[in-house]
Write a protein that binds this ligand. Structure first.
Ligand SMILES: *Cc1c(COP(=O)(O)O)cnc(C)c1O
Length: 377
């Protein structure tokens, strides 16, 4: 069976874990945490990075940092992972779901302004498949209305919008290093604090509401409880593994993009004959090969294709259940239909994609997708 995803060692992850242990400090915010944070700060020009135990955690930190509370409204896409929503619901916010673009699962920036009220506190954008949302439009709207922007860049490591790295454009950006992401450490994440006014407090909330980080830098002579906070730091064991992966980010992403392009070329004839739609890379976005998705003509056909691939040893998967119709939020949603998001829920299928996938396996997967439509077995 060709799995959907297969995490692998790509460099010196295990050597660094051993080194972390031998350094005698494996709790958070040590040597490898600093190396990982510095990697992002230097490579992408992010001003302040804080490693977290997950992207979910980074989003929760973001909600605390923005002082989201009961009565506040947060605008976000309906077609996203539950964590983009939960972080704000946990603080008592009301969610206002926006539809996806007709040509891409990303939020439709033209459908945001109609959702803004005087209670809107934040817009959360999600760069689906690592592909950029229309950030100029989102930033212009947010600035006009005085609203914060959070980029859920969980899938968008190393992607540029125009010449700017995703996660570095909104007030805050969040990344995931879950085992399904391009660069991973099993479970892990990161908050990027772009808005300078939020930087000092971000570090305090990150360190359980204390000014311990400032203390370690020698800026204060004792540390104590100065604000709310929680335990957001990953262990040095995770950071050491992550650092081993980050050092090979260019090779990992280059291989994923090769696979993505091979799928695209192999399936292009099916798109031309009108039986499926291939992914579109939005204008001004680069591609990090995070997800190769395709759109089927109906839910039944999509599910039949998943079954066909399974019979031929290929594990393919659908993706999000739209949040506005979820068992938890359905009763709280204002009732608007979100047609594009609902279409992606029913029609979208993802093919296996990981850097260890061989060209032969890619050809096998594409051949089996083709045989489903061509009915020649
Ligand atoms: C993976 C993902 C998350 C959650 O990341 P974790 O690190 O598993 O918490 C959040 N949002 C999006 C869009 C994701 O793809």
């Amino acid at each position: 069976m060709i799995p959907y995803n297969k995490p692998a060692l790509v460099g010196d992850e295990l050597t660094y874990i051993r080194d972390a242990v031998e350094r005698g400090k494996i709790a958070g915010n040590g040597h490898y945490t600093a190396l990982c944070q510095r990697f992002f700060e230097e490579r992408y020009g992010f001003e302040k990075c804080l490693l977290t135990t997950s992207c979910t955690d980074a989003l929760e930190l973001a909600a605390l940092l923005l002082n989201i509370g009961p009565g506040d409204e947060v605008i976000l896409p309906a077609y996203t992972f539950v964590s983009s929503a939960n972080a704000f619901v946990l603080r008592g916010a009301t969610l206002r779901f926006a539809d996806s673009r007709p040509d891409h699962p990303n939020i439709d920036a033209d459908r945001i302004e109609e959702l803004i009220t005087d209670r809107t506190k934040a817009i959360v954008v999600v760069h689906y498949a690592g592909m950029a949302c229309d950030m100029d439009a989102v930033q212009a709207l947010a600035q006009r209305h005085g609203i914060a922007v959070v980029e859920d860049a969980a899938q968008a490591i190393n992607v540029l919008y125009k010449d700017r790295p995703l996660g570095g454009i909104g007030d805050l950006g969040t990344f995931s290093f879950h085992e399904t992401k391009n660069i991973n450490c099993g479970e892990g994440g990161m908050l990027v604090v772009n808005n300078p006014e939020l930087r000092e407090r971000a570090e305090i909330i990150w360190e359980k509401g204390t000014n311990r980080a400032a203390f370690w830098r020698g800026e204060v002579d004792k540390y104590g409880w100065v604000d709310v906070g929680s335990s957001f730091l990953p262990s040095e064991l995770n950071a050491a593994f992550l650092y081993g992966q980050l050092q090979h980010i260019d090779e990992v992403i280059a291989r994923r993009v090769v696979i993505w392009d091979e799928y695209f070329e192999a399936l292009r004839p099916l798109q031309e004959s009108g039986v499926l739609e291939l992914p579109r890379i939005p204008q001004h976005s680069t591609n990090n090969g995070h997800i190769f998705y395709m759109l089927c003509r109906s839910e039944d056909e999509r599910d039949a294709l998943i079954g066909h691939l399974k019979e031929h040893g290929v594990h393919s998967v659908f993706h999000y259940q739209v949040l506005h119709r979820s068992p938890y939020y359905r009763k709280r949603h204002d009732g608007r239909a979100l047609q594009n998001a609902e279409r992606y829920e029913k029609s979208l299928l993802r093919l296996p994609l990981y850097s260890g996938l061989t060209d032969e396996e890619v050809r096998h997967v594409a051949a089996k997708v083709t045989s489903f439509y061509r009915e020649d077995g």
